[in-house]
Unconditional design. Structure first.
Ligand SMILES: N[C@@H](CCC(=O)N[C@@H](CS)C(=O)NCC(=O)O)C(=O)O
Length: 307
């Protein structure tokens, strides 16, 4: 009997969804895609809350089982599916260490921090119109208000989920009013990247973070670097000779087919912006195309200079 491929519930801007998409690509697992539109709170609809009461993507559906949380999904894929091991037995300890360390970074704080405190970043690729909407969303506490509205119509047993999410959103909205919170997160990520830079320095060429294999630690690092680059922290964190081994690693990532497929596609970047903050039309299509083109030109110059 033919078995259906797994189905991934995800969203293009979702950092944690991207990690699972990269894991699926690395293992060569075909899957069905179901976007859950976070921009219109589809993750708070009753059908999705039944799948994941935390109201978060990604979720993997496989053989009538639902697996939530990116780290759990990646572990599941390694256990159940063939393909290169993302947590190979050799170097497992190091791999878990870096996975945990990278997962501790509060990416949402850094992403919104980049638009709320633009002097902290350089060359942020998020179009201005989207940045304005992101600022407004945080400053006017849009998410917690929206959740309060939605809570009015839900069954009593689901109310508790909403109360928890409202408290989390308020805590986030309050935290983002303080630049210090963003700076502290930036210092934390800087410390982690410095340690990784040292690790990479001592590696033979051709190796990834934990050895010759591309592991879950590389998945976490790859998706984090991509986000930091997109929102404009790369120049202060690793470019301009700050962390040369991270810089070289990032260039190798850009040459990796699976990474390019999941992360650098202009289409998904556009889609994520449109879905999250509304249709901004042709301007952002053009901006997105320019971003991809600039990246390709920069890469060819970079490689020409290094080889
Ligand atoms: N620990 C979870 C975190 C998942 C998560 O934070 N997902 C975000 C998108 S990246 C989300 O769905 N947020 C919607 C919400 O909480 O309202 C994982 O690793 O999968």
């Amino acid at each position: 009997m033919e078995v259906d491929p797994p189905r991934l519930y995800h969203f293009p801007t979702s950092f944690h969804s991207q990690k699972v998409m990269l894991a699926l690509a690395e293992k060569g697992i075909p899957y069905r895609s179901r976007q859950v539109n976070l921009g219109v709170s589809e993750n708070y609809t009753s059908w999705f809350l039944k799948i994941n009461p935390k109201a978060q993507v990604p979720v993997l559906e496989d053989n009538d089982k639902y697996i939530i949380d990116s780290a759990a999904i990646i572990r599941y894929l390694d256990d159940v599916y063939e393909g290169p091991l993302l947590m190979p037995p050799i170097g497992e300890k190091k791999c878990s260490y870096y996975q945990e360390s990278l997962q501790s970074v509060k990416v949402e704080v850094l992403t919104f921090g980049a638009v709320l405190y633009p002097h902290l970043v350089k060359n942020c690729s998020i179009p201005d119109v989207i940045q304005e909407r992101m600022c407004k969303a945080v400053m006017s506490a849009q998410k917690s208000h929206k959740l309060r509205e939605l809570m009015k119509d839900v069954e009593p047993d689901v109310k508790v989920i909403f109360e928890k999410k409202i408290a989390e959103s308020e805590e986030f909205e309050e935290r983002m009013r303080h630049e210090d919170a963003v700076v502290a997160e930036l210092e934390k990520v800087e410390k982690i990247l410095k340690e990784i830079n040292e690790e990479l320095k001592n590696k033979e060429s051709g190796c990834w973070l934990c050895g010759p294999d591309f592991t879950v630690a590389d998945i976490c690092l790859a998706i984090l670097l991509q986000r930091l680059k997109l929102v404009g922290y790369a120049s202060r964190l690793w470019e301009e000779d700050h962390l040369p081994h991270i810089e070289a690693y990032y260039v190798r990532l850009l040459l990796r087919k699976t990474f390019r497929h999941v992360c650098v596609g202009g289409a998904s970047y556009m889609e994520m912006m449109r879905n999250t903050f509304g249709d901004v039309g042709t301007v952002s299509v053009i901006l997105s195309a320019i971003t991809s083109l600039c990246l390709a030109i920069w890469l060819s110059f970079y490689m020409a200079g290094k080889t």
